[in-house]
Each structure stands twice: as C-alpha cells, then as structure tokens.
Design a protein. Structure first.
Length: 442
C-alpha cells in the first residue's frame, strides 16, 4: 500500500509539492533541519474534526509518528481509525482516557483538539507529565487559565504552541515584515471579520447518555450538566459551560494577526456591541458582535463576527485588513494583497499551498508549516511562531471582548495583566467554577 508517508519518502528531491484530497502541500524540508533525525512520538487527543488537520501535518514529517488517538467517544474513534487507515496508512493505538496517554513515557508531544473547556487543564497536565504541547485555539476557557498555562510552560520548560496556524503563513510573514519596513507607513488599524450563516441548535432535550460516550470524562473540569441531544459533538461551542462563543472559535485567528501586524499586546480598553438576533434556541452567546480594542498612539483593532447571517456587501468567510498612513494590506490564510490609498492593487502574493478557511477541519498547508515549526522547536530549539507566552495574549483579547459584551460597557484594562480596572462585576468572569478535583493547579 502506498501511504502518504511512503509517498513523501519516495518523492524525488526535485518535486516541489505533494497533494492530498485536492489540497497542495509543500515538499517536506525536515531533512534540512538541524536535529531532524530526532524521532517524535505524538498523541492526538480529541479526534473528531480539527484533529484531522493535525494528523495530516504530523504525518508529513518522516520522523514523527502518531502512537495514540484519544477520544471519549467510541463512535468518533471508530470513524477516525478508518480515516487514518485511508489517509495515513496506519491506525494508532486507541485510548479513551487521556491520563493513560500522559502516563506513557514514549509519548513526546500531545496535540489537543478537544472542546475548549479542556484546552488549558489538559495542556497543564501534559506539561506536568513532561510532554511538549500543541494546543488548539483558544488556549484557555477563561483568563485565569490563560495565565496559569503561561506559568506552567515557564515552570516545566516544554514547548507549547497554539494552533493559530496563520502565524506560519509565508504570505502573512511577508506582509508583517513589509509593515515593519514601513510599506504602508504608520499602521493604525487592524480590521478583522468572520462571516457565516449558522443554523439553529434548537432546544435540547435531556436524554440518556449514549453508551459509547464517557460523558463524565467529556465534562472533566466543567461543573456537571445533564446530557442533552444538542450538545455533543459540536454545539458545545455555544454553551458557556464548555465553549467560548464565536469571538474565540473564529475571532482568535484574525484578532491575532491584527495584533501581530500592529505590534501591540494588551489594549487600554475594550468595547463590545452585539446580541442574539436570529433564533430562539439554546445558544448562550451573542450571534452577531462588534468588538473594538483601543491602544495607545491612536491604534485600534476591530472584530466583526457574523455567526448567523452573511456580511454584506459580499465578503469571503473571513479576513483581515491592516490600514496605514500610506496604504492598506488585505490578508487571509492564502494571500497577501497590498493597496495604495487610492485602493489600487500594488502587489499580490499567494500562499504556496492553499488552506481551508471556514470548515471545521481547516486542513491545509499552514498546518504543515505550523507543526513543522513546532517540531523544529522541539528538535533544535527554533523559535515558535505562536509560543504560548505570546499566543495567550490574543486569547486574552477575546476573553476581554466577551467580558465587555457581558458587562454592557467599555472596560478599562490593566495593560500589564489584562485585568479589568475598577469593575468588580466584570472581574467575576475572570475565573470559572470547576468540578471537584478537576481545578488546574501548578
């Protein structure tokens, strides 16, 4: 059988790229990385959707292997096993309890693609077990966890990369380098948006937990709730007990690039307008939102999130525009376009391999680049493009956006800590309640 791994090994040195499922991936360059002979054993935890992109990117490295697929749902595991056999040519060991995976000393790195309430607690436990961590965005469910994860990485010294993969887009890197050189003058605004048309999640009915699902372990650190028929496997995003809403689910990506382009960290203030407008259902967050982050020097970032109802005039599903005194730059995961003040296109760069932008798997070349960078960090201490100390700041911005929305007023922010100034009510959302025995601690 010709697997993707074998195909890459057999591909001649002159071949520029390989393809999978219609997507084009750059030719593997790991052989040129110092220390690339160091083998990395990986475990992927939470394997329903986004994990597929992780698996493909891990498998693109000829000296990395997935030795565990871990999920609390037998149905998801069975589907994933079949998918692995078809797409990477082998089936990793299966485990339902991630704690057993962390006990295995053969595991070098864990990839976390679980529901969001598990991201920081699981990442911290992995660090404590001596593993390197690749954690999907957002890296935390609340600001308290955000700070704790950064402290954990510092304490335990392992590599932690967040899955905001556009940081590894060659076109975005090129654009930010051009911005630093002054190509659009003094940058002052980052404008990010997400446009979708999600349907109703309905009013959930309490039903018996499927025998194939470990509901207790699925909930983990979250306070216990009854199982309903509209939570698992995806709609947990819209319940505050487990998810963080669209601000985090998709806004993290574009807000992060805006912050990077403008060269800013925590804002001085945050304002959010929005509401739940479209359906009367169990969705607990706003479904359309406008957030503004204000910085010193008259710089600001905006995020417009349309979860239910596409933005008009017609726009792609997501994107970024950076404005400067001499022009503007449009970015997404696949291109960089430079415009003059008159709106005329000056130059355009395209990503060498295309990435999906709005589906839940998001498979594409950027994952290969981003995970390649993660592996290079492990092997040769190469700087991570989304190391957790920096990536957590973008996650914190999204927490602040949700907190401002809940507060119904502009929040003043301590730019050193991210904490809300002079607003005890807003600070009540800094930390969540945890199920007994599950609160993350160092």
């Amino acid at each position: 059988m010709t697997t993707r791994r074998n195909f890459i090994k057999k591909t001649s040195a002159g071949t520029a790229a390989v393809t999978l499922g219609g997507l084009i991936f750059p030719k593997n360059s790991y052989a040129n990385i110092l220390g690339a002979n160091d083998h990395i054993n990986c475990a992927v935890i939470g394997v329903r959707s986004r994990a597929k992109a992780h698996v493909i990117a891990i498998n693109a490295d000829p000296n990395a292997k997935i030795i565990y697929s871990c999920d609390v749902d037998d149905v998801i595991l069975e589907e994933h096993n079949a998918w692995c056999q078809k797409n990477i040519g082998y089936v990793p060991k299966v485990e339902k309890d991630f704690r057993k995976v962390l006990e295995d000393k053969d595991v070098d790195a864990v990839f976390i693609a679980t529901p969001e309430h598990w991201h920081a607690p699981m990442a911290i436990m992995a660090l404590q077990a001596g593993k390197h961590v690749y954690v999907e965005k957002p890296c935390s469910h609340n600001p308290y966890e955000n700070d704790l994860l950064v402290a954990a990485q510092k304490k335990y010294g392992k590599k932690v990369q967040m899955g905001n993969q556009q940081r590894s887009a060659k076109t975005s890197i090129s654009a930010v380098n051009d911005i630093r050189k002054g190509i659009i003058g003094e940058v002052y605004k980052g404008e990010a948006y997400y446009s979708s048309n999600r349907g109703s999640i309905g009013i959930g009915k309490k039903i018996a937990v499927p025998k194939t699902l470990d509901w207790d372990l699925w909930q983990g650190p979250a306070p216990r709730k009854d199982y309903k028929d509209n939570i698992h496997p995806y709609n947990w995003h819209w319940f505050k007990n487990w998810g963080t809403g669209e601000m985090h689910n998709n806004g993290t990506h574009e807000v992060d690039i805006c912050r990077w382009a403008l060269g800013v960290d925590l804002p001085e203030s945050v304002t959010s307008f929005g509401g739940k407008y479209t359906f009367d259902d169990d969705w607990e967050f706003v479904d359309n939102q406008q957030v503004t982050f204000k910085y010193a020097g008259d710089k600001f970032i905006t995020w417009t999130g349309h979860s239910r109802g596409l933005i008009k005039p017609k726009q792609p599903g997501r994107g970024i525009t950076i404005y400067g005194s001499k022009g503007s730059i449009m970015l997404d995961r696949n291109f960089y376009q430079l415009y003059g003040l008159d709106g005329e296109l000056i130059k355009e760069e395209l990503e060498g391999s295309q990435s999906a932008t709005t589906n839940t798997q998001g498979i594409g070349g950027l994952d290969v680049n981003h995970i390649s960078n993660f592996f290079a960090g492990i092997r040769s201490d190469e700087s991570l493009r989304a190391e957790i100390k920096d990536a957590s700041i973008s996650t914190m911005l999204c927490h602040l956006g949700n907190m401002a929305q809940d507060a119904g007023e502009t929040l003043k922010v301590d730019t050193a800590t991210g904490k809300i100034l002079n607003n005890e009510n807003a600070m009540k959302n800094w930390k969540r309640e945890y199920a007994k025995g599950w609160e993350p601690k160092l």
